[in-house]
Design a protein around this ligand. Structure first.
Ligand code: SF4
Length: 471
């Protein structure tokens, strides 16, 4: 029997609210940037996409026909064994979390055991991947929606699955000091451990273009495809790779076997041990530094600032990973002079004056449709403030800005790389990253002449791809 309605019960500050929601054709559930479930019917009863974000740590979603149809609540209590190492993969169904049903078939084709968790005395199992520390009963999923408790362990439910593959310019990640001009095979899966109200990616990961590319690829297939497509690296992006680190790590190993490097685009919201494990597999990272107050992280991004700063310090001081940051400036939320001064000061003091930063423009999206787009002046102001603090490589994004797109040699003032958005327009560096005018070294990862990929974005499908096959 097909359920017609959902009963959604939400807990708010000690009170319960309940709604009965109609299930229209195509309703789906996604773990998303909301940190929970997204009730979504593409054609919406009232026009274009109707979406209701439901935090899964405060909501219980049941269909009123008593057929389990979606999201379970997160908190619970059941005993389980202490953490175990990763073993073999199994298809969904065997140890698939409760609530797995045919409507999730695209998201849960493969389920793998994980090792970052421990049993609590009250019987629940706590996931130790990120500071959210989800405590799960049997069958429940974490806030990220893709890690869940099944057979008394925490499993990853999206191993080998992707929301799409695309060949991008590396400058789009953005990384301006890592193999300039080269192409990167980008992919993501599903789920996120933050809940950014301003998420700028949900339309990419949910767009029809990506939807039609719902794809699958094992690590070796992916590495081989990257090589065949001429990509210098593979990027874990679109959603935070922390939540699918077992898959990302295996992909990274396969890539390194064939000389392909790996890039992570991440919020850096991760606990110590998985942080060390994951970034040991990564050559470069762009870390979202979403703001510089705990209040912003808590109320707008659904996370915390301190673990992100720990990740940045760890990456810069304890690893060989090349790192840059991106801050999306949202008018009235994280763009005050005071916040930008404090952020810049911290970066200089903790990461050094050669650390590259990107300030990027917000456009109204997702659950922040009532905020105006970022004026270009805000981006140039942020760049000026950061450079006043001594930072030497500060970029603006999502705008045409010749100065904010340029890398200038700090030694002689030559514009060594001029970009126009993602495209290189002038390049005056040697193969190993030295200024051709004065010979000063520019920090970064350089490997011969720049790539010639340009600004192209090329979606590719990997499922069924054979060696030597086209994209
Ligand atoms: S990765 Fe984070 S959000 Fe996901 S289950 Fe683990 S603790 Fe929860």
């Amino acid at each position: 029997m097909v359920p017609q309605w959902l009963l959604v019960v939400m807990h708010h500050s000690g009170c319960f609210d309940a709604w009965r929601m109609p299930i229209a054709t195509g309703i789906s559930y996604f773990s998303d940037d909301v940190g929970g479930a997204l009730l979504y019917w593409p054609e919406g009863p009232d026009g274009p996409p109707a979406r209701h974000a439901i935090r899964s740590d405060t909501a219980l979603v049941l269909d009123t026909d008593s057929v389990f149809h979606g999201v379970d609540r997160v908190d619970g209590a059941e005993a389980g064994p202490s953490g175990s190492g990763r073993s073999t993969r199994s298809s969904a169904g065997g140890n698939a979390p409760r609530g797995w049903n045919r409507s999730h078939a695209q998201m849960d084709a493969t389920v793998v055991p994980t090792k970052y968790w421990h049993a609590l005395e009250d019987g629940r199992i706590q996931c130790d991947v990120c500071p959210r520390a989800c405590k799960l009963r049997e069958g429940q999923r974490g806030v990220c929606f893709v890690r869940a408790r099944a057979d008394d362990q925490i499993v990853l439910t999206t191993y080998g699955r992707s929301s799409g593959f695309c060949v991008d310019p590396i400058e789009k990640k953005p990384l301006n000091h890592f193999l300039p001009g080269t192409s990167v095979l980008s992919f993501g899966t599903a789920g996120c451990n933050l809940a950014c109200r301003f998420c700028q990616n949900w339309d990419i990961s949910k767009s029809k273009e990506i939807d039609t590319l719902a794809d699958a690829a094992g690590p070796e297939d992916l590495a081989r495809a990257a090589r065949e497509l001429g990509a210098s690296s593979v990027a874990f992006t679109y959603n935070d790779p922390i939540v699918f680190l077992e898959y990302a790590n295996d992909v990274a190993d396969a890539c390194h076997e064939v000389g392909i490097r790996t890039v992570a685009v991440t919020a850096g919201y991760v606990c110590d041990e998985p942080r060390r494990d994951f970034f040991a597999h990564v050559d470069a990272a762009n870390v979202d530094l979403k703001g510089f107050t705990e209040d912003f992280y808590r109320h707008v991004a659904g996370g915390a600032l301190a673990p992100v700063l720990e990740t940045l310090e760890y990456l810069v001081h304890d690893t060989d990973v090349w790192v840059e940051t991106t801050t999306l400036l949202i008018p009235g939320h994280n763009d005050s002079d005071d916040e930008l001064h404090r952020m810049s000061e911290w970066v200089v003091d903790h990461l050094g004056i050669d650390f590259p930063m990107h300030f990027s423009g917000f456009h109204p999206d997702y659950r922040m449709l009532d905020v105006a787009p970022t004026p270009k002046e805000t981006l140039t102001r942020a760049r000026r403030i950061a450079m006043e603090h001594g930072l030497r490589f500060v970029y603006t994004g999502n705008v045409h800005d010749a100065e904010g797109d340029a890398t200038v040699c700090p030694s002689c003032g030559t514009t060594v790389v001029q970009r126009d958005w993602y495209e290189l327009r002038a390049y005056r560096l040697s193969g190993d990253g030295h200024c051709r005018t004065c010979g000063a070294a520019i920090p970064g990862v350089f490997d011969g002449p720049p790539g010639e990929w340009g600004a192209r974005r090329r979606p590719v499908r990997l499922a069924g791809r054979t060696e030597g096959g086209g994209g």
